[in-house]
Design a protein around this ligand. Structure first.
Ligand code: ZN
Length: 212
């Protein structure tokens, strides 16, 4: 879902949305049907398909789709999803994340879309249990989870920016709207470098990798 939300960009437009009955059902994502060709959305207001300007309709549909994707991501039984369950979708944060997505590496894009996994996560995925012991810093007492690797592990201390105070930036590098752009870039670059290193050691034997 996060991949959908940041990749969608401005491509979602009204015309293809109305190309068939299935897509018409998709308009229910916008909210409640209140009159013929009119829908009411909690956040986006009223969409009047036959009266509103096309660009306004497109914008409202895009925003409602992004909210839908974010809410679905937060509803999943994932550690990061549960962590953000109370975090609302905000257009400014989405725009900042989309800008970063357009100028980063494949590992940066993995971070932004929630596809950067830790060794602990891979252990859970393939061995069904995570055990203590960081293979990077050799500390046998810590779990090599994403937080440890990105913000605590001595092996990634070089060039590491200060730890973000914002929970979403801490995990996904999606910056809050008031954050310094240079700092946002530094956070994503650092997390992408961690992901690149972890990816080197990720399970890869014939079909095990799930990303890229
Ligand atoms: Zn470590």
């Amino acid at each position: 879902m996060l991949s959908l939300i940041v990749r969608a960009g401005r491509k979602l437009c009204l015309v293809p949305t109305l190309s068939g009955l299935d897509q018409m059902d998709g308009l229910n994502l916008f909210g409640s049907l209140v009159a013929p060709w009119q829908w009411q959305h909690t956040h986006e207001g009223i969409l009047q398909l036959l009266q509103d300007d096309k660009s306004d309709c497109d914008h409202k549909l895009r925003e409602s789709w992004r909210r839908f994707c974010w809410d679905n991501f937060c509803a999943q039984n994932r550690r990061d999803s549960r962590q953000f369950a109370l975090e609302p979708y905000t257009p400014a944060r989405y725009r900042a994340a989309r800008r970063l997505f357009g100028h980063t590496s494949k590992h940066g894009r993995a971070v932004l879309t929630g596809a950067a996994n830790s060794p602990s996560c891979y252990q859970k995925m393939y061995e069904h249990i995570a055990t203590a012991g960081c293979g990077m810093c050799r500390d046998c007492l810590v779990f090599p989870d994403w937080y440890h690797l990105t913000w605590k592990c001595p092996c990634f201390a070089a060039g590491r920016p200060p730890e973000p105070a914002d929970a979403i930036q801490l995990r996904l590098a999606w910056p809050p709207s008031d954050a310094d752009p240079d700092y946002n870039d530094a956070v994503l670059s650092h997390m992408a470098a961690v992901r690149a290193k972890v990816w080197t050691f990720a399970p890869s034997s014939r079909g095990r990798r799930t990303h890229d």
